[in-house]
Design a protein around this ligand. Structure first.
Ligand code: MTE
Length: 452
């Protein structure tokens, strides 16, 4: 069987209900909103027609009439498929090629010290596929030989240790689902410079199942000084000299050294063969290519915590060691760059998370915060993990502003931009957890707006 026989038919046509003209498609593709996502919106609308008024459902039934994709047998039904293991490592469908990590046009420059954002608008559930995990490197990524990689534990310990990867993989292992969010996620929004899509507003965020060894196991093994130890210094093996201070009580609570991510070894971009996992803390503390942990009794004031990753406050002072990612949420669809094709039913979906516990509740507004409706939280709802929410919406064709607002298990409520700026000013970079607003225009175009 030749591959050719399975290539897509020449007669591909635009779906009759396609809601985008050519220019809009080009503009949107440029910004990372994809065909797949649009067809999803189309599908959810079709599925919902059953629950809608007869005239609306009737309009869609009429569009199906004469549809060759119903009336004719497609070529893939009449031919043999590809052989097994055609791709020894499975790949997404070619039709999903627009669901990729992207570098923001606004952050052009040296791609060794840059960010590639996760396409949140095209994703489901709470786990990020490994190939779509966002990337943030300070000095490029490295593919470390696991046979030559070592983890040293030293400092205030009775028995300084050096582990090989084989040593680590013999220790008791745990698997935990957590989110990782860069402290600089949504940084561009501080100054009111709205970027077009959710990929760029919130895409320094991923959710994963990590497998590895708890810090409590390693520290016990090394006999750490329980009386006097206050912090850990964690250090990476790449050229960025990335070192971060971690409070000992956090480390003992739920931090781990991970070699597995979503059922396979970490990807090189994400720290293969070993990374520090610091649930609830900003991404910079999740040191990649982890090679050393030093137990100490005071913060180390390393460069990436003394001069970078600090919060510039309204009084001009810098706030240091504000590592915890406060509760935040965002609607991922519909979101900036997408376009609603017609009035009627839509499944509004998004993600919520908190560095302090679990997501308790998510409210959604369709009128810029005047009225709020409680969304459905999808199971599982796990500590310091992404939580997926969904809510039904019937768009009446009038302009609308969609927002989501999370409340976490501590009772903390996600702030508006006005509330956040009252406390933090507007010249910060990190820890922007304000409510995100997506404006739906009369024509259905969705864009990023900032309202108090
Ligand atoms: N660790 C090392 N060794 N070098 C780095 O450049 N970047 C940090 C952190 N750990 C970094 C690092 C930052 S700023 C973030 S947000 C996360 O890794 C990003 O992790 P990811 O690339 O797996 O998404």
């Amino acid at each position: 069987m030749k591959d050719q026989q399975l290539k897509q038919p020449g007669r591909l046509r635009k779906a009759p209900e396609s809601f985008l003209d050519g220019d809009t498609i080009n503009a949107i593709n440029k910004h990372g909103v994809d065909e797949q996502r649009r067809s999803l919106l189309r599908k959810s609308l079709l599925a919902a027609t059953a629950a809608m008024s007869a005239p609306v459902a009737g309009a869609f039934a009429a569009q199906g009439e004469g549809d060759p994709d119903i009336l004719e047998t497609p070529p893939w039904t009449k031919a043999l498929g590809y052989p097994v293991a055609h791709h020894p490592y499975g790949m997404p469908s070619k039709y999903e090629s627009s669901i990729v990590r992207r570098i923001s046009p606004g952050l052009a420059g040296d791609n060794r010290a840059n960010v590639a954002f996760t396409p949140l608008q095209g994703m489901f559930g709470i786990i990020t596929p490994n190939g779509l995990h966002f990337e943030r490197h300070h000095q490029g990524w490295v593919d470390v030989d696991p046979a030559r990689h070592r983890l040293m534990i030293n400092g205030m310990v009775d028995k300084p240790k050096v582990y090989t990867m084989d040593d680590l993989m013999r220790l008791p292992s745990v698997s935990r689902i957590h989110f990782i969010e860069c402290g600089a996620n949504s940084a561009m929004e501080w100054g009111n410079t709205a970027v077009p899509t959710v990929q760029y507003t919130h895409g320094m965020l991923s959710g994963n199942e990590y497998t590895g060894v708890l810090l409590s196991t390693l520290l016990e093994d090394a006999g750490f000084d329980e009386q006097n130890a206050k912090v850990l210094l964690v250090e990476g093996a790449d050229g960025s000299s990335m070192t971060r201070t971690i409070p000992i009580e956090r480390a003992l609570d739920d931090c781990m050294v991970a070699y597995g991510m979503n059922g396979e070894m970490l990807r090189p971009e994400n720290g293969y063969p070993l990374r520090f996992v610091a649930p609830g803390l900003q991404g910079v503390s999740w040191v990649k290519w982890l090679r050393r942990i030093e137990v100490g009794d005071k913060p180390y004031a390393a460069k990436d915590e003394a001069s970078h990753y600090v919060d510039l406050m309204p009084d001009g002072k810098l706030r240091q060691y504000t590592s915890i990612q406060e509760a935040k949420s965002v609607i991922t669809s519909p979101s900036g760059g997408q376009k609603l094709m017609s009035q009627g039913f839509y499944n509004v979906t998004g993600l919520a998370w908190t560095g302090r516990g679990t997501v308790k509740r998510v409210d959604v507004s369709f009128d810029g915060g005047k009225n709020w409706f409680t969304a459905r939280l999808e199971e599982p709802i796990l500590p310091k993990a992404l939580t997926r929410f969904n809510i039904d919406w019937v768009w009446d064709g009038a302009p609308a502003v969609l927002q989501s607002r999370v409340t976490d298990s501590t009772g903390y409520v996600q702030p508006t931009y006005t509330q956040l700026r009252d406390v933090r000013g507007s010249r910060s970079i990190y820890h922007n957890n304000a409510i995100q607003s997506w404006e739906v225009a009369k024509g259905g175009e969705v864009s990023n707006v900032q309202i108090g």
